[in-house]
Design a binder for this molecule. Structure first.
Ligand code: BGC
Length: 393
């Protein structure tokens, strides 16, 4: 395919400047004293096919630290301080590459080509029907059997004004996992000196395709996953969510939140209503639904940054605010963590020990022309960004 000559990310977003990747790695490796903000690279392991994979450590000037591997673009750890200044890891994951390869419920990964579900694993685009893997019952989930979470990305660290960044890029070939079009992808992770962990996605395709990229960290703000996440206080900037069928495919309409267990318009502990007698909670075994962000109330259109959700963990004091350019957010309360995942430091992740807030377009959009569109046509650039801002109170 014709490679884009411009820096995709810079064309789209202004969160970070586009720099040449090479300089920083050389500078940081040659320095005996670490810089205030820093990025280093170390080996993370070797895949069964012999490919070597790396781990990048991004540190900002306040000591926040993100470790990211170029296998699946996985955020392996993210350390932030509690209200006493104690740094702990706030995402679930594994210690080794082998564990990620063996069985990963998308811990920390880049999810694509289409994050979330596509009903019956098919869609019709420009008169042609495409068949995708049914890897979630009779539906397609998170890009298929070998989605972007299992791909090896090319990585280039760089330093931008006010932080450190890692660009991950790859070309998803035409018909990969059944999706049309060679898709040139770029994802930039940045850790800024004002304690933001941000993700910028951009892509271009040589054929019309569908795209819906998201990030799949399971957060647990207690730090080092001490217990379940039911005490975390959540506020979602939304007045409506998308009810689903028993296979978690949206029924096709929005339901107002008021008076339902799904109402997080005011901050509320995740556990407060999670066991309410509600068919929708039964289908998801808890929360596993897409909330429609209330942009119109703030007069902020899709594509512009909008504060989507705030999470507060009372014991540690940690606060995470998530802003996004996306129209929706999937709140998944870790209902399928059932004690079978032995995570970092040997901690076994039980039911609801992590939650995901996946910024995205609506699930099954390829089969719903009435939803905000997810088609990417040749000559256009897909762009999306999400910022996680950390603080304490
Ligand atoms: C989905 C869940 C799924 C989880 C892990 C989430 O994004 O909404 O239904 O179990 O990912 O695959």
């Amino acid at each position: 395919m014709k490679m884009l000559t411009t820096c995709l990310a810079a064309t789209v977003l202004v969160l970070s400047a586009c720099h040449s990747a090479g300089d920083l790695s050389t500078k940081t490796q040659n320095q005996s004293q670490p810089m205030e903000e820093n990025i280093t690279k170390s080996p993370f392991g070797t895949l069964p096919d012999g490919t070597s994979v790396d781990l990048y450590t991004l540190t900002n000037k306040n000591g926040l630290e993100a470790k990211i591997t170029n296998y699946g673009g996985i955020v392996v750890s993210l350390k932030t301080p509690d209200r006493n200044g104690k740094f702990e890891d706030i995402v679930l994951g594994y210690d080794s590459l082998a564990q990620y390869v063996a069985d990963n419920p998308y811990f920390g990964a880049i999810v694509g080509r289409y994050g979330n579900r596509i009903a019956k694993g098919r869609f019709t685009l420009e008169g042609k029907t495409y068949t995708l893997a049914k890897n979630n019952g009779e539906n397609h989930l998170h890009g298929g059997l070998k989605g972007f979470d299992k791909a090896v990305w090319e990585a280039s660290p760089f330093k931008a004004n006010g932080g450190v960044s890692l660009t991950l890029s790859r070309i998803s070939p035409d018909m990969e996992e059944g999706y049309p079009g060679n898709l040139e992808l770029r994802v930039i992770y940045s850790l800024t000196n004002d304690d933001k962990f941000q993700i910028e996605y951009s892509a271009a395709s040589d054929k019309s395709t569908h795209i819906n990229l998201t990030h799949h960290s399971y957060f647990n703000l207690t730090g080092n996953a001490k217990r379940d996440i039911l005490g975390h206080v959540l506020n979602i900037n939304s007045r409506a969510y998308m009810p689903v069928d028993s296979g978690l495919i949206p029924l096709g309409f929005y339901k107002m939140l008021a008076g339902t267990p799904f109402d997080f318009q005011q901050p509320k502990p995740i556990g407060q209503d999670i066991n309410a007698a509600d068919e929708q909670l039964k289908f998801g075994q808890g929360y596993d639904h897409c909330w429609v962000l209330t942009r119109e109330a703030a007069a902020i259109p899709d594509g512009k940054m909008f504060l989507a959700a705030t999470v507060y963990e009372p014991e540690s004091g940690r606060v995470m605010e998530i802003s996004t350019t996306e129209p929706g957010i999937q709140f998944y309360s870790g209902n399928f963590l059932d004690g079978k995942y032995k995570g970092k430091g040997g901690v076994v992740y039980q039911d609801r020990w992590g939650f995901c807030l996946e910024t995205q377009h609506m699930p099954d959009s390829p089969n719903h022309p009435e939803y905000p569109p997810t088609v990417l046509s040749p000559g256009f650039i897909y762009s999306s960004a999400t910022v996680h801002k950390f603080s304490v109170k």
